[in-house]
Design a protein around this ligand. Sequence first.
Ligand SMILES: [Zn+2]
Length: 467
Amino acid sequence: VKLDGIEFIQFLSQQNYKKLHNTSIFFHNFFSVRLLCKYLTRTMLVLKTETDLICMSNKLIINSTKGGALLKDREKASSKTVKHNNKQLVLSTVLHHGPLSRADISRITGLTRSTVSQIVNELIEEDLVEETSQKEESKGPGRRGILLKGNSQKFFVIGYDVGTLTSRVILLNINGRVVKKISFPTLRDKERLLNQIKEAIYKIIELSSKDIRFVRAIGMAFPGLVNDREGFVAFSPNLKSFFDVSIRNFLEQEFGVPVVIENNTKVMALAEKRFGKAKKASNIIVLNLGPGIGAGIVVNNELVRGKSSFAGEIGHIPVLDNGDMCSCGNRGCLESVASTKAIVRQYNKYSESKIDDLFNSEAVANRAKNGDEIALKVLKEAGKYIGKAIAICVNLFNPEMVVVSGGLSKSWDLIKQEIVDSYHQYVLKAPERDVEITVSNLGDELTAIGSAYLALNKVLYGMKSRP
Ligand SMILES: [Zn+2]
């Protein structure tokens, strides 16, 4: 059977009391099968104790060798758990397939009409679902049902991308629509930045004329070392003095709603998996080329995190023995020769007409396009190091796809040849055959949107980005 995560939950609920033996289910767009497994066992849609659940990259095997597979054992699950499961099922069905009538929901989920009606009433009461003014199209005689969708007026989440240069904040409604967006230069100083974050959240709510009570969660993306589990930024070299900041506590105390925090490149990788070119790939590397350089690594559909979530810091692999000082304190890191900041610094070293703003690598790219040879040379030099870094990633992780994103990806056409040439020089011939190197086609707001989705999933389904 080929299904996505939500369809699978619906499929299970239609198989009440039935047993599945040695069944393999393939998924085409659920991010993590292991995460799905955890969700299923926790909500007792599948009882792991009596079932051998084997999770593979995009496949879930239900094995019956250990005394028979048991799916959705309603008798064993407490009535409270069943009620909770059914509610989540109805909600996710409305949000993914809505607008739907109560009859549609009953047909899709396999729940009785009266159960659906009761749950829908609760969801309306809790401002999660609303009745639309539309009615379903007539399907013969009988009353036409009122259509339901997510409550677009009373349920919002904030997605916040703290960029080194620019911060972007969006307000997303429960149906996944961006209601409001703002952007502004990031303040690179701990106290001022914390204050700016707080003020920006109040501001976007005010600008959108929404009631703050209807903002249900906040998702934050930060550059640097982010511990998502403990909710703090350990170290952000490009944000001056920003280290060991318990951003989750700070915001939860201020706004009284759940806060999810994640490294920006990891959010990009999740977003590329969900909306971008890497939708169908299970093994990808997303290379974020900005003022910092990071890699979001997905292996077998799972984000590689490491013990404290700090994996992927490719910007700090050493590429030169006696190179320039890097923002991390070491010398000769990749970031010190190929970040957008390094590009401006290199350009200023050789050119007569300096660029004042160290973060403005677009100025270098524009000069290169207008025939400035120094600008072009500096960009191409950075391209060589980036190609080398991609070769290292490919040799280590054997991905299907490398997606280049971040500020420097806008100069892709200028540096592509150098990147590809140096990549070919250093990559091993066997993994090279498997990989496609491409540039992201997702816009600047993607990290903010990805953060908002992390917040939405957390508050609606209790899911975290951590599988
Ligand atoms: Zn470094």
